[in-house]
Design a protein around this ligand. Structure first.
Ligand code: PRP
Ligand code: URA
Length: 209
């Protein structure tokens, strides 16, 4: 069974409370999404393997730690996941970025794929799928499945808000994929929106509503 990590850091919770507010404007929503992604990325990469290196300081040789040669990729689910990329790239400037384009069919709520582009060596990389919202879990489930079909083996999922339904679906379909979130909300409404959630993340990041 995959683990679910809920980040309770005060900075994350404070920013999330502003993100949820219906009166938060597009500019602030974008900035907060990016900042939250950066803070969550910091936590989600806590267990990256390290290796010892020797560094010559102006005074002496210091035994230091580097992140071991593990290759990482982040994979936003379009559109809303794009809002999380800049914050993560700011922390990991050389990270490779794959893209999965999915939208939810408004009737069935099932994901429809319209774009897929990964780094050519994706099978050698640890992957973090990013999307602000894990609702029914259909999009994240499909994204993890496509990545596995491309050979990715070590996959994590990082979302800002999750519904219990989405977590349960991911744990059933992908018990090997650990889930990192800032909040586990109450439920989904009849339209598949997370309650209380924050509304439509893609529309709020891109100002399309
Ligand atoms: C939203 C969100 C997730 C998906 C979550 O995207 O960004 O990708 O819904 O719902 P699920 O867990 O039920 O699949 P949406 O389909 O609205 O597309 P958009 O990002 O282009 O707005
Ligand atoms: N997608 C969103 O953007 N918000 C939700 O609450 C559910 C799915």
């Amino acid at each position: 069974m995959s683990k679910v990590h809920v980040f309770d850091h005060p900075l994350i919770q404070h920013k999330l409370s502003i993100l949820r507010d219906k009166d938060t404007c597009v500019k602030e929503f974008r900035e907060l999404t990016s900042e939250l992604a950066m803070l969550m990325c910091y936590e989600a990469t806590r267990n990256l393997p390290m290796e010892e290196v020797l560094v010559e300081t102006p005074v002496a040789v210091a035994k230091c730690l580097h992140i071991a040669g593990k290759k990482l990729a982040i994979v936003p689910i379009l559109r809303a996941g794009l809002g999380m990329v800049d914050g993560m790239v700011a922390l990991m400037p050389n990270v490779k970025v794959g893209h999965i384009g999915l939208y939810r069919d408004p009737k069935t709520l099932e994901p429809v794929k319209y774009y897929y582009k990964m780094p050519p060596d994706i099978q050698e990389r640890d992957v973090i799928i990013v999307d602000p919202m894990l609702a029914t879990g259909g999009s994240a489930d499909a994204a993890a499945q496509f990545l596995k079909e491309s050979g990715a083996r070590n996959i994590k999922l990082m979302c800002i808000i999750a519904a219990p339904e989405g977590v349960a679906r991911m744990q059933k379909s992908h018990p090997d994929v650990d889930i990192f979130i800032a909040a586990l909300d109450d439920c989904l409404n009849d339209h598949g929106y997370i309650v209380p959630g924050l509304g439509d993340a893609g529309d709020r990041v891109f100002g399309t509503k």
